[in-house]
Design a protein around this ligand. Structure first.
Ligand code: HEC
Length: 152
C-alpha cells in the first residue's frame, strides 16, 4: 500500500471517530426522525428520560387527558410523559412532535399497540378500556406538555 493511501485511510478513520464522538449525548435535544434508538445508557433503569417542564395551566381538554394519561399510560411513559428508562420513552420528545407522530398515531398506539422501533424497550401492548375520544384528550395533554418544552 502506498503512503498516500495509508494517510488517506487514516484521515477517513479520524473523521469517522470525530463523527462518533461528536454525536450529541443529550437525547432531549433536537435529533430528527432517526431510527437509531437514542442512547439512554447513562440513565438509571426506571428513571425519567426527559426533563419535562410542566405548564402552569392546562386547557380543560388537556386536564381530562391528564386523567386518562395518569390512569393508562403513566405506569410506562412516566409522570408528565417524561419516560422511564428501560420501560417506555418520553412522549415529550422531538421524535413525537406533531409532524412526526400525529394524533392518529396516538389513537393507533393505544388501539393496536406499537412494535418497538425507536427505542429498545420492547413493544407497547394495546391499552384496553379507552375510546378514541379518550385518546384524543390524552394527545391534547401530551401536546400541551410538548409545547411547554419547545416541541411543536
Ligand atoms: C406497558 C407499557 C406501555 C403503556 C401502558 C403505554 N405505552 Fe406507549 N409505548 C410503550 C413503548 C415501550 C413504546 C416505544 C415503542 C418504540 O420502540 O418505538 C411506546 C410508544 C408509544 C407511542 C409512539 C408510537 C409510534 O408510532 O412510534 C405513543 C404515541 C404512545 N406510546 C402512546 C401511549 C399512550 C397514549 C398510552 C396510554 C393510553 C401508552 N402509550 C401506554 C409502552 C407503553
Amino acid at each position: 500500500m502506498n503512503k498516500t493511501v495509508v494517510y488517506g485511510l487514516g484521515a477517513v478513520a479520524v473523521a469517522a471517530i470525530a463523527v462518533l464522538v461528536l454525536q450529541p449525548a443529550d437525547i432531549s435535544g433536537p435529533m430528527g426522525h432517526s431510527m437509531t434508538p437514542p442512547d439512554t445508557t447513562s440513565i438509571a433503569q426506571g428513571d425519567p428520560i426527559a426533563t419535562v417542564k410542566v405548564p402552569a395551566t392546562l386547557s380543560a381538554d388537556a386536564q381530562i387527558g391528564k386523567r386518562g394519561f395518569d390512569a393508562k399510560c403513566a405506569q410506562c411513559h412516566g409522570k408528565n410523559a417524561a419516560g422511564q428508562n428501560g420501560v417506555a420513552p418520553p412522549l415529550v420528545h422531538k421524535i413525537y412532535e406533531p409532524s412526526h407522530h400525529s394524533d392518529v398515531a396516538f389513537a393507533l398506539a393505544a388501539k393496536n399497540g406499537v412494535r418497538a422501533h425507536h427505542w429498545k424497550f420492547g413493544n407497547m401492548p394495546p391499552v384496553k378500556g379507552l375510546t378514541d375520544s379518550d385518546v384524543k384528550y390524552i394527545a391534547r395533554y401530551v401536546r400541551e406538555l410538548q409545547r411547554e418544552n419547545g416541541i411543536n
